[in-house]
Design a protein around this ligand. Sequence first.
Ligand code: KG4
Ligand code: ZN
Length: 374
Amino acid sequence: MTRILGIESSCDETAAAVVADGREILSSVVASQIDIHRKYGGVVPELASREHLRQIVPVVREALAQAAMKLSDVDAIGVTQGPGLVGALLVGITYGKTLAAALRKPLVSVNHLAGHVHAVFLEAFKAGRVAKLPAVCLIVSGGHTVLYEVTAGDSAGQDLGGLLRYRKIGQTRDDAAGEAYDKVAKMLGLGYPGGPILDRLAAVSSGAPAPVKFGPTKTRGNLLDFSFSGLKTAVLYHVREHPEYAGEIQTREAALQRGERKFEQLLPLCSPQTLALVREFQNAVVRDLVERTMLAAKELAVESVLVSGGVAANSQLRATFEERANNMGIDVFFPSRALSTDNAAMIAAAAFERFRAGVFADSSLDADPSLVLG
Ligand code: KG4
Ligand code: ZN
C-alpha cells in the first residue's frame, strides 16, 4: 500500500490529507479561511499567504494524527504546484519540499485542476462505481470554469498505472461561475461566499414570476467557451433600475453586519421578487454549464461526464446534469460536497497517479500560478 500525504494551499483553504493507493482516504483536513476573507467579499492574496503559514503545520499534523500515522510512515509527499495564488502556493510547496528532503521521501507535484478531476474518481471509488473513460470533465469553482476531455494515456487506463491525458476544450472568457455567484450575492446583500446561500434561496418557491429574463449566453467562436460577466452585469443593471430592491438590500446588509448570515436569517428578509431574481440567475448559470458540457459529451461521444469544483455542490446543477445525462445514456459523476471544494485528498490521489508512473519533482520545484493542464 502506498500512502501519500497531500498538501494543498493554492487559494483560501489550507489542506492536508493521507490517501492510500490513490483511492482510499485515510484522513482529510481542511482549514478554511472564509471568515478571514468574508469582510472583503473575496480572497485577499496577502492575507491568504499569511494564514497558510499559520495553518500548514497544525493541519498536516492533524491529517497524520487522523490517519494514525507518523511522518516516517508516509511513502511520498504530493503538493499543489499551481494554478493559484503564488504566495499561497509557495507555502505548501516550501513545506512539502522540506518534508520530502528531511524524510528522504519522493516529492510529487500536482496540477490543482488534475486534483479536481481525481476528486471525482475518489468519490466514485467510495460508491463502488467506475467512471469510464473517455470522459468530459467540467471544473467549476470560484477561480475556474473549464472543460476538459479526459482520456486514458498510452499504456494506461485509470487502474493500469498510466497517466491520464487532459485536453482543454472550453473555458470561461471572463468570470468563473463561482465568481458570478459571489458577485451577485454581494450586490444583493447576501454575504460571502455567494454560492451556498443563492443555491438555497433559488430553491424556495416564491410564487413570483421572474422579474427579468436572462437568455442563453452567446459566445462567438468556440461553442464550448463560457461567459458569465454579461449575466452578472445584467443582474446589476436590473437591480439598479428597480429602486424597490434598495430597501431590502440595506436591511440584509445590516443583518450581515450583525453576523446574521444564515439562510434561515436571510430568507425572511428577501421579497418574492428577489427570490425569483435569484432563481432566474441560477437557471441561467445552470443552463449554460449543462448545455455546453453535454454538447461536448455528445460531440466527443464520451462514456461519462465528471463535474468537480466548488460550484459542483449546487443542487440544481446536480439535478439538471443527472436528468440530462440520464436521457442521453451517459453516466454522470460528482464528488461529495466535501470533495467538491478545495481539499488535499484530491491532491494526494492525483499525486499517486504520477508516483506510480515515476514522475517526481525535486528541490527546484517552484510555484506556477498559471500552470496549464494538458
Ligand atoms: O472550489 P472552491 O472551494 O474554491 C475555488 O474557487 O477554487 O469553490 C468556491 C466557489 C465559490 O465561488 C462559491 O460561491 C461556490 O464555489 N459554491 C457554490 C456552491 N457552493 C460553493 N456555487 C453554487 N452553489 C453552491 N451550492
Ligand atoms: Zn479548486
